[in-house]
Design a binder for this molecule. Sequence first.
Ligand SMILES: Cc1cc2nc3c(=O)[nH]c(=O)nc-3n(C[C@H](O)[C@H](O)[C@H](O)COP(=O)(O)OP(=O)(O)OC[C@H]3O[C@@H](n4cnc5c(N)ncnc54)[C@H](O)[C@@H]3O)c2cc1C
Length: 298
Amino acid sequence: MERKGIRGTILENVPMKRYTSMRVGGPVKYLIYPLDEGDLRNVLKYLTRKNIPYRFLGNGTNVIVNDIGLNEALIRITRMKRKGYTKTGNGAIADVSGGISLKQFIKDSARHGLSGLENLYWIPGTVGGALKMNAGSFGASVSDPLLTMRVLNAQGEIVTMTRQEASFGYRASPIRPKECVLSARFSLKGRDKKEIAKDMEHVYNERKKRHPMEFPSAGSVFKGVKGEPAWKFIEKAGLKGLKIGGACVSEKHANFIVNLGSATANDVRALINTVKKGVFEKTGVSLEEEVELWGFNG
Ligand SMILES: Cc1cc2nc3c(=O)[nH]c(=O)nc-3n(C[C@H](O)[C@H](O)[C@H](O)COP(=O)(O)OP(=O)(O)OC[C@H]3O[C@@H](n4cnc5c(N)ncnc54)[C@H](O)[C@@H]3O)c2cc1C
């Protein structure tokens, strides 16, 4: 790929199994790391002019890429790091870029005695990926303490949205595939550091108890159904432990598909379809994927 004024890193034909938490997936044509917002604009101008399709990739913890790979560009803004806190009467406003690790952000805030996101501790994505998915756990969502976010839209304009304007829902946000969350502001409250640390430890211990952290996965595969967690339907359908190739419905948490070591994206995809079919036949419930499947037909 020609650089055309792009200052960041451009990698070519990189296997997505290295960049996704499920550890499956073939090569993507370009993986681009812009250095800053100006550089990102140059990248987008170039890709648009050359008609190269693109998407944004955070930490790859909610996506499954097919085995053949993607004839497109993936853009990661993980090198655009900005984080700052401005004190307010009873806490602070945190201003963070979309590419930083959510877990690290929560840790740093805790160190400053700032509370608001600790229930999301240990979700392995970036702030941008979390906002796109409206990630959540233990009854809290990343959008709860959000004040505003700056989004670069497909026309190259930066739009600032308030949380009220953004209409977040359960694992749903207004951010479309060709849009990028550049940065976000959160309102965090001052709280005793020890209390925050206690809650974070509780969240971590609960996750360790419930989630199969010892295997690669993409977290919960399916969305809950009318307030009921998807694992209940999968267990009811007797699908716990079901294997296709190297992919397995976790014995520990039925809504996780884990990679036992040799799984391909096709194994994961086939298992997702088998679970959906099995659950529908046994319970009449249609499960909907929470994970995103990239490059699969249909
Ligand atoms: C072990 C494990 C546990 C998990 N636990 C939870 C949980 O408790 N709750 C939960 O909600 N999720 C959970 N997840 C899923 C996942 O971590 C979240 O969805 C996370 O927010 C995804 O962030 P990411 O940066 O990895 O996004 P990616 O997987 O890289 O991308 C996900 C989506 O976000 C888009 N995106 C990424 N960055 C940006 C950006 N800057 N601007 C715009 N769009 C962007 C991508 O294009 C894609 O559409 C878990 C995953 C794993 C592996």
